[in-house]
Design a protein around this ligand. Structure first.
Ligand code: HXC
Length: 520
């Protein structure tokens, strides 16, 4: 064997040893918790054979608490590049088998390096989080490492898609990196996120709570909205992220890839002509409407279980990737509240940042009223959605199906917020409010002054039908040019696809400024 052969053999052995992370015992422990290792996860996530690892031989530089004697090549994170569906991505996967995936300064340098490269070449970053947080033995160096990552999360925001997968613990200030990224996915039962764990919570507030109750996938995908997706297993998580990526462009200068479809662009859906119930207080299934408009009924919902009174997600129409925002009459009558406004605003901003056109389906009775909403700042939160639509320069196509009342009408991508093509179904009511409320305000005193209850009811009915005749239809808006056309519901798919085709070359600017000051 030549000297060169020896050297190559040594390299191979060192690689093999590095790829074992914290060693067989810790890998077994990881599997026993129902979790894959960092490298196993990357193998499933990336196209076979596409992964190229960076910095496999990087070691920590800590000399406290005997750490100088304990070294693992690569330290507690696996980083590199690969492809998903043939498209370049950059990845980092924290390796819990090495010091619990806790973040050392060198680990942060590895993560920052791939973020810097990703933003330079314009490709998404996917972070797989499974870590005990700042490496305690490194003190302030570990904190500085987090600071470096957060700063890059901020600088990459709106330039390349950033996706966080939470596959284990993510606690303390470490949660702020996922929070700064575009999408966070949590794996049910094996991942959790919180600023302070159950023990600290108990000592500070006396509250007894489990990890799952405090920051499990269920909590963050239903109550807080921190997680955009939850997955049943790691395999399911990886499948979901692959699907998400298929709707996204590589960066803010590109468009999302076209997806050829055999679904006819002029497919008429007779069912849509009868989907709106005669009774305006009756709900119907908005998912059915979305699925019948988009290509192949394929809709990837974001935030499925959070603020369910509004639906947001990705689909293709005529092969083009679009962001869909739709009020959901089946939940709280589709009213806009704090969480629905926050949820939709963030989604609209993501789509606008990444050149994904917006399809908005409107059936909204207004904003939710009451002290809870006012004290929680529905004013500022509702303004987020208003702001997001108003600043968005991507093609915006809006279809009003039924109710579109008051402030909520303005917020939901109306013409005056630079909506490009606004259609309405014949069942649309575009008005300041519904007939019931309007008659109460305008004629309440007159009605009460009438001693005979039967006559009271008759006056109310007469006034309501007068109001309905005048306002509860799409034609007042159409007559004034506030909508482009009243369309037959069955033709919605074709009209929407054609509208986006027409708008494909849209260019629109916002005035030059350092940055905006949206109502956060
Ligand atoms: C150094 C750590 C570590 C850490 C875990 N380990 N967390 N080493 N720094 N932060 C090590 C353990 O010593 C152990 O080493 C191995 O990782 C596995 O940990 P276990 O405790 O055996 O695993 P498990 O029982 O599954 O518990 C996992 C855990 C727990 C819940 C994450 O380890 C834990 O509570 N860790 C501390 C979490 C924490 O408070 N972190 C600081 C948060 S504050 P051996 O050698 O025995 O295998 C923070 C600030 C960020 O992160 C600020 C950003 C601005």
């Amino acid at each position: 064997m030549s000297i060169q052969d020896d050297k190559i053999k040594a390299l191979v052995e060192r690689r093999q040893s590095a790829s074992k992370g914290g060693g067989d015992k810790r890998i077994e422990a990881q599997h026993a918790k129902g979790k894959l290792t960092a490298r196993e996860r990357l193998e499933l996530l990336l196209d076979p054979g596409s992964f190229e690892e960076f910095d496999m031989f990087v070691r920590h530089r800590c000399t406290n608490f005997g750490m100088e004697a304990v070294h693992t090549d690569g330290d507690g994170v696996v980083t590199g590049q690969g492809t998903i569906g043939g498209r370049l991505v950059f990845v980092f996967a924290q390796d819990f088998t090495v010091n619990g995936g806790s973040l050392s300064k060198t680990m942060s340098e590895k993560i920052c390096k791939i973020m810097d490269t990703a933003v330079k070449v314009g490709a998404p970053v996917i972070g797989l989080n499974d870590s005990g947080g700042a490496r305690i033995q490194e003190g302030i160096d570990a904190l500085a490492g987090y600071g470096e990552i957060f700063e890059r999360n901020i600088l990459c925001s709106g330039v390349i898609p950033q996706i966080s997968m939470i596959m284990g613990p993510c606690a303390g200030g470490a949660v702020y990196s996922p929070a700064l990224t575009d999408f966070t996915l949590m794996v049910d039962k094996t991942s959790y996120m919180f600023l302070t764990g159950p023990a600290v919570v108990k000592s500070v507030t006396g509250e007894e709570v489990t990890q799952e109750e405090l920051g499990g996938a269920n909590v963050h995908s239903t109550k807080s909205g921190v997680a955009h997706f939850s997955a049943e297993s790691e395999e399911d998580a990886i499948a979901k992220i692959k699907k998400l990526l298929s709707f996204l462009p590589q960066n803010n200068l590109e468009e999302a890839p076209l997806r050829p479809t055999t679904d006819p662009i002029n497919r008429a859906e007779d069912y849509l002509n009868s989907v709106i119930p005669d009774n305006p207080n009756k709900a119907y299934d908005m998912y059915g409407v979305i699925n019948s408009i988009v290509d192949d009924g394929d809709f990837l919902e974001v935030h499925r279980n959070f603020a369910r009174n509004i639906i947001v997600g990705f689909a293709h129409v005529g092969g083009r990737s679009v962001g869909v925002v739709a009020n959901q009459p089946g939940v709280l009558a589709g009213v806009l509240d704090i969480n629905a406004s926050r949820k939709a605003a963030r989604f609209v901003r993501f789509c606008d940042a990444f050149n994904i056109p917006l399809l908005t389906l409107v059936d909204v009775p207004g904003f939710l009223c009451g002290t809870q909403q006012e004290y929680g700042a529905i004013i500022s939160n509702g303004a987020k959605l208003l702001y997001a639509y108003g600043e968005a320069t991507v093609p915006k196509v809006t279809v009003t199906l039924r109710k579109s009342y008051g402030g909520a009408h303005i917020v939901m991508s109306c013409k005056q917020l630079r909506g490009d093509i606004n259609y309405a179904w014949p069942s649309a009511n575009i008005a300041v409010m519904g007939a019931e409320g309007a008659v109460g305000i305008l004629y309440g005193k007159e009605i009460k002054a009438e001693p005979d209850p039967a006559k009271q009811a008759a006056i109310a009915e007469e006034k309501k039908s007068e109001y309905n005749e005048l306002f509860c239809n799409p034609y007042q808006a159409a007559e004034k040019g506030y909508i482009e056309d009243v369309i037959e519901p069955r033709n919605t798919r074709f009209r929407v696809i054609r509208a986006f085709e027409v708008l494909a070359g849209k260019r629109q600017d916002i005035p030059a400024k350092k940055h905006d000051n949206m109502p956060l």
